[in-house]
Design a protein around this ligand. Structure first.
Ligand SMILES: [Zn+2]
Length: 400
């Protein structure tokens, strides 16, 4: 019986007799574990079993009480790992998961606190393994992400976006970059595939008045973006970034309207609304109602203005109530504009200042989706996010 304290293996007299890494490798052992300086897997010491927790408090058993898996080199979505007896090990000797002899992946996920979260093939990222199976037979395994038309030369996030934005190949290079940049966050955290499967994808059409889902608030599934509006927005975005300040019309020369130049993310926001729980939707409506009441007091619509957007006097842009003028139109637009703003770093910073409550909901959509999404999506999003975390697409600093 030995004790392990932060990796240091101690005998009953309190002397160090080796080091145990979280991925099950031993180093510098002596005494009862035998004299070995080199790294070797815990399986090499007969009858050796570790039971405890890892450095982040998640239960850890080494070797695991499951069938041994293969050993070799693994690349999961561009992230390289070393595999020993099925344990997926990081370069820092952390245990990231398990792969079995058939190529099924189990994530060791500290967010969901699951030791072996089985990744369904629909959530599994591209997997390349080379080594030997548990029976020592040579084995090469190549699994490609299950997205129709998957492009191996592109990242997983780009593939998700191309799958979603079906006219990707019809737009020019600058427009492609705009689409990829404005949806990158949503693709990398696994929310985009959930929304796409539930609500549909997006494409360009002619003569669509500001997206379909938005204006009516009616659920239409697919987003139809007006081709001209799309081209115009890309131009605005490249010239000014996330926000632009425009004159509503000539007569109201002393007023300005703030607009967000992210129509693709805005329309995606309408689809995202439908995967939110009832409670979250009600919270957004409530936030909107309060903002609107405040806006009516602080920035009442000017006489003779036929629209519904918040207009601000020229010197009062920073004291606007809504993140953009258009947000004032309805709670659906308020939410969609919030999603659009949240899609870029510049937009997130502004949103955090002007509308921390919506910023907080959007933060939860990404990092605690089980608290804001409809319950029917909880299992899927947890699994997708665990898979994307393992593959390196989804990490803690994704908003920075
Ligand atoms: Zn809209």
């Amino acid at each position: 019986m030995l004790v392990v304290d932060y990796g240091v293996i101690l005998d009953l007299n309190g002397s160090a007799v080796g080091f145990l890494f979280e991925d099950g490798y031993l180093k510098d052992t002596s005494g009862p574990l035998g004299d070995h300086e080199q790294l070797r897997p815990i399986e090499d010491v007969d009858g050796c079993l570790f039971r405890g927790i890892d450095s982040r408090g998640l239960e850890l058993v080494l070797p695991a009480l499951i069938a041994r898996g293969p050993s070799g080199a693994l690349v999961y979505n561009n992230t390289p790992f070393h595999v020993i007896h099925g344990r997926i090990c990081t370069q820092e000797h952390k245990l990231a998961g398990h792969i079995d002899d058939q190529g099924a992946i189990y994530a060791r996920d500290h967010v969901t606190k699951k030791h072996y979260l089985k990744i369904d093939p629909s959530a599994q990222l591209s997997t390349a393994f080379s080594g030997t199976k548990s029976n020592a037979e040579k084995w090469k395994f190549d699994f490609v992400r299950q997205i129709p038309g998957y492009r191996k030369d592109k990242t997983n996030a780009a593939n998700e976006i191309i799958r979603y934005f079906q006219d990707y190949d019809k737009v020019n290079t600058v427009q492609k970059k705009y689409v990829l940049d404005s949806l990158a966050l949503w693709a990398s955290c696994g929310i985009l595939p959930i929304v796409r499967k539930s609500e549909g994808n997006a494409g360009l059409s002619s003569n669509v008045k500001h997206g379909a889902a938005g204006v009516t608030g009616v659920r239409t599934g697919m987003v139809h973006l007006d081709k001209e509006e799309f081209e115009k927005e890309v131009g605005y975005f490249n010239r000014w970034g996330t926000f632009a300040v425009v004159k509503p019309n000539e007569r109201l020369f002393q007023y300005l309207e703030v607009r967000i130049n992210l129509v693709v993310a805005h329309e995606f926001g309408h689809q995202l609304e439908f995967v939110l729980s009832q409670k979250t939707q009600e919270k957004i409506q409530d936030l909107y109602d309060r903002k609107k009441a405040n806006c009516n007091k602080v920035h009442p619509l000017p006489n003779g203005y036929p629209g519904q957007a918040e207009l601000v006097q020229i010197d009062r842009v920073v004291s606007r109530v809504f993140i953009s003028g258009y947000s004032r139109s309805s709670w659906h637009e308020y939410w969609a504009e919030g999603v659009a703003a949240f899609s870029t770093k510049e937009g997130r910073q502004a949103l955090k200042q002007l509308d921390p409550a919506v910023h907080e909901i959007l933060h939860a959509v990404i990092f605690e989706p089980q608290t804001v999404l409809r319950p029917v999506f909880h299992d899927t999003i947890m699994e997708v996010q665990a898979s994307f975390r393992l593959g390196g697409d989804f990490h803690e600093n994704i908003l920075e």
